[in-house]
Design a protein around this ligand. Structure first.
Ligand code: CA
Length: 223
């Protein structure tokens, strides 16, 4: 899951970044509206957290441009408690929700989970595949009904594969889903994580198969 954090306040941005990373999200932090607009134009995100008062281009304009490109990306605007007009304007421009400053991190994380779940699956939040089941809300993976342990990156790969069952997932998409701007993750590193994932899944009849030259896909062993 990849989130774009748009915030010019250093302290708030830093605290939010760390909470999101701790929760297992890959996060890019844009400190002004121009950077945010460019990032939203050419990178893939699952959600954006958008401050309104920003240098270079305000949050309203970032949002207006995003929706003009017909993007359905969930956007949560972050606004001051007394900014009722801003909230209304933001929602009119196509924001999905707003959160008031100052906010509690657990509340922010709960809102983010709710929006990601909504966009991914209109109703059902559980994906089952062979011995695997995955709850997109709690991000908990079970194998034969028992909670399974995966590192943040193994989980990132597995959830991407589960979201695209029956389709090939490219290494490039996996790199995009797992990293932020400050990180470099080569396709060799992806291979290492896939290798670890295989070791954990194969005993349960789930195979991460390599589609040569393209990427990976999830398959079930014939029992
Ligand atoms: Ca601001």
């Amino acid at each position: 899951m990849r989130i774009l954090l748009v915030e010019d306040d250093q302290v708030l941005g830093d605290a939010t970044l760390r909470s999101l990373q701790h929760a297992g999200y890959a996060v890019d932090w844009a400190r002004n509206g121009k950077t945010a607009d460019m990032a939203l134009g050419d990178q893939i995100y699952d959600l954006a957290l958008l401050d309104l008062g920003l240098p270079k281009m305000d949050g309203f304009e970032v949002l207006r441009r995003l929706r003009a490109r017909r993007s359905k990306l969930p956007v949560l605007i972050v606004t001051a408690r007394d900014g009722l007009e801003d909230r209304i304007k933001g929602l009119d421009l196509g924001a999905d929700d707003y959160i008031l400053k100052p906010f509690d991190m657990p509340e922010l994380l709960a809102r983010i989970r709710a929006h990601i779940r909504r966009i991914q699956q209109e109703s059902d939040s559980e994906i089952s595949y062979g011995a695997l089941s995955y709850d997109t809300t709690s991000r908990l993976v079970r194998i034969n009904g028992l909670p399974a342990n995966f590192s943040a990156r193994e989980l990132g790969i597995l959830e991407t594969l589960l979201m695209k069952l029956g389709k090939v997932v490219t290494k490039e998409l996996l790199v995009e889903k797992l990293t932020n701007w400050d990180e470099e993750l080569g396709s060799n590193a992806i291979e290492v994580y896939v290798h670890r994932l295989r070791k954990k899944l194969e005993p349960h009849g789930i195979i991460v198969s390599t589609v040569r030259g393209l990427g990976y896909m999830l398959e079930k062993e014939d029992v």
